[in-house]
Design a protein around this ligand. Sequence first.
Ligand code: SAH
Length: 301
Amino acid sequence: MSGSDKPNKIVPLKGKKEDAAPAHFAGLELPTFEAGWVWLAGAGPGDPGLLTLHAFNAIKQADVIVYDALVNDAILAFAKSDVEKVYAGKRGGKPSAKQRDISAKLVELARQGKRVLRLKGGDPFVFGRGGEEALSLVEAGIPFRIIPGVTAGIGGLGYAGIPVTHRDTNHAVTFVTGHMAGGDLPENLDWAAIAKGSPAIVLYMALSHFGEIARLMLENGRAEHEPVAFVRNASLPDQQVLETTLGCGVADLERKEFKGPAIIVIGEIVRLRQSLDWLGALEGKVLKTDPLGNRGELDAG
Ligand code: SAH
């Protein structure tokens, strides 16, 4: 435990809706949202500043926005004042039927001649069922565009001061979901191979199964003292980071009453946070200069 699990303050994007930057910037041609199209966009992990220009442009022009639980009001506030907002959040373990409804709704709205923005947290193609929805659009003959977003497992970790790869710790990273459609831990994954082969593991939707995952890691050769970080509400003003280890993770989660949504990262890269917690530094945290204790051994390149 590093004691650094206190929330970091994040300065929210300033300005009211009217002050928002124009959708078209000098020298930058952004596409026009045509009626009857669906744009499937990622909103990033939460901080409105992490929207891409394409996503911002889409929000500005959309007639209807079908959005998920992880898309916040500060982002929706960029929309036209008469925009129709449709909440399509899924909670609990019954997503399958609902997913069909969402795809059908997108098709229906597009056929009504609307500019339909399907806005998802993070990146629409990363554990976001964006692929499934896009396939439904293809089947229905609806024209669409994909707007990638900053995924929580990369950008969210960046806000916690944890690089997803680092030359001295890992040359590979594995992104894993801890949740299947029915809510169980995915069984079709070779957890032993992941434990043995991947120096860094980033887990989405895995908080409730962390105990099981940690056990699988330990059984397959990972060390009890291997660092783990949990990042809750990454990039939002109430972001919270819990640094712990594979051996102590479950107890620490309970003790801190740590809740989701959280991204989890297992691996030596977590140690870099001692040096790279830039949000902590804004609040006076002193950053270390040699988090891995190997200064001097590095080559100059
Ligand atoms: N498409 C999204 C992931 C959707 S799955 C993306 O690319 O980020 C939902 C999971 O994403 C959550 O359970 C959590 O593990 C993670 N997540 C999304 N936003 C997050 C945030 N702001 N902070 C922490 N975890 C987040």
